[in-house]
Design a protein around this ligand. Sequence first.
Ligand code: TA6
Length: 290
Amino acid sequence: EVRKDKNGIDQVVLQNSRGASARVSLHGGQVLSWKTDRGEELLFTSSKAIFKPPTAVRGGIPICFPQFGKRGLLEQHGFARNKIWLIDDNPPPLPTNYSPSKAYIDLLLKPSEEDLKAWPHSFEFRLRVSLTVDGHLNMLSRIRNINGKPFSFSFAYHTYFAVSDISEVRVEGLETLDYLDNLCNRERFTEQGDALTFESEVDRVYLSSSDAIAVFDHEKKRTFVIQKEGLPDVVVWNPWEKKSKSMADFGDEEYKQMLCVDGAAIEKPIVLKPGEEWTGRLELSVMPSI
Ligand code: TA6
């Protein structure tokens, strides 16, 4: 069902048969909420978030495209999250396993004139957001090169998980991987052999992580599971106290209630020839942890 936010921007609410729900804004194609069938919010949104285009809302799942990070002409994380997307009424057919439930929406982003000035490559970006019958949140991005020449891009589903206390959170699935550390000008390190825990700012891109990643929230006794296809890298970010204070749209203490663990394609940008299409799929689920 489509409703308008306080700036008059359409938001789509998805609900599956068991009452799990998700809310997607046409601003940025951004998921702003993902709730269990008991109405529990699983994604973090800052109490100081700015819901005013073109600023991206601080929280939910901003989409970083056509670049992750800051580089050259484009704004930080590219323009996709700052644009108004369209609802796509007749998307090209998808394998049915991408949305086994009726709860889904198809969105479309095409470059505006100003986008093409900043990034002269025409593309079609189709996003399907769906809830499975078990309440898993599925995001499927299909990016097609409709340009006359090849282009490359980097990408991330910048996912803000809601956690009860960051000092009680553990991440498994990234052990022994190499990572680029954004806090040491992207120098390459190797992760040691056990789970990640958090006691200071972390801003890393883990490389070529193949399996599922698990985010254990000890206090809430629940585990987020991140499964992904076409997204070899994983961004892990918590701003901690000092950086939080420098962000106007982020509360000073809010770093304790969030952790970004993003399915991404960063180290090796995706290259598309004319007519080629890339698919990047993310499936988020949550289960009670022992
Ligand atoms: O998560 C990696 C990162 O690039 C961090 O360095 C931090 O800047 C974060 O993204 C948030 O970026 P944003 O542009 O949304 O403030």
